[in-house]
Design a protein around this ligand. Structure first.
Ligand code: ADP
Ligand code: ADP
Length: 229
């Protein structure tokens, strides 16, 4: 079943830069996909089109049958509930505990207290941070903070998890842990995962479909993955 569908998508910024040039992509429900490519190849732009931050200049971006480029401004926050995003630099709220950071994401969408507590416990268990629920972000290691941001991103069971360089600040051992956690979420929660990465070691170790961008074009899309060049 197709979840993400890009048809003849181009994005030209106001300064005339053609960040994406007539892209066609299809990503099925439940896939785990790497997006690789040099700086400036269009990776961030692709993510911004998917989460509704930017609108394509031409073509159609469709996620779960929703034409993202045609969403009314006020619908974008509701649409984003289908998409979890994890960044390289964690972005946890420093004055809230790990439990509160995850709960906050659910309070923001109006869930009731009992189901919030249940789900926060469940996702902290999933990312193996149950014992850190009462800790503050600065009391956690980098790897633990990244696991907490992943817990927060998946708390409301989004269809898609976009991880933008999630291992960019982590050593190889912690990077492997994050990759294995994302695999677990992919299998156990059925979440479709798009991971932007520069980490060729990871891409070669955990082989998955790999989409390569170069100068705004899809230069390779290999089902078996691994780094080709
Ligand atoms: P990354 O490699 O992580 O995408 P970049 O340095 O390419 O980092 O971009 C960082 C941010 O700055 C992105 O959100 C991108 O959209 C924005 N950006 C990049 N290039 C430009 C530009 N020429 N003008 C305005 N914003 C830009
Ligand atoms: P990547 O994430 O692969 O580094 P980006 O999508 O950030 O690539 O950038 C693709 C191209 O678009 C680059 O040439 C970048 O400078 C340009 N760009 C990105 N964001 C903006 C923006 N907001 N305004 C103008 N140019 C941008």
């Amino acid at each position: 079943e197709i979840l993400i569908y890009l048809e003849n998508v181009s994005k030209c910024y106001k300064n005339g830069v053609n960040a994406l040039d007539n892209i066609n992509l299809q990503i099925n429900d439940g896939e785990f996909v790497y997006i690789i490519g040099p700086t400036g190849s269009g990776k961030s732009t692709l993510i911004k089109l998917l989460d509704g931050e930017e609108i394509p200049t031409a073509g159609t971006v469709s996620v779960e049958g929703i034409d993202v480029g045609k969403l009314k401004h006020r619908r974008v926050p509701y649409y984003r509930r289908n998409i979890g995003v994890v960044f390289q630099d964690f972005r946890l709220l420093p004055h809230m505990t790990i439990f509160e950071n995850v709960a906050f994401a659910l309070e923001a969408i109006g869930k009731d207290k009992v189901s919030i507590r249940r789900r926060v416990r469940e996702v902290l268990e999933l990312v193996d941070l149950s014992d850190k629920a009462k800790s503050f972000p600065n009391q956690l290691s980098g790897g633990q903070q990244q696991r907490a941001t992943i817990a927060r991103a998946i708390a409301n069971k989004p269809k898609v998890l976009i991880a933008d360089e999630p291992t960019g600040n982590l050593d190889p051992e912690k990077s492997n842990e994050i990759l294995e956690l994302l695999e677990k979420i992919n299998v156990e929660e059925g979440t479709t995962i798009l991971m932007v990465t520069h980490d060729i070691t990871l891409v070669n170790k955990y082989k998955k479909r790999t989409i390569s961008l170069e100068q705004g074009n899809v230069s390779a899309d290999s089902a078996k993955g691994g780094y080709i060049r």
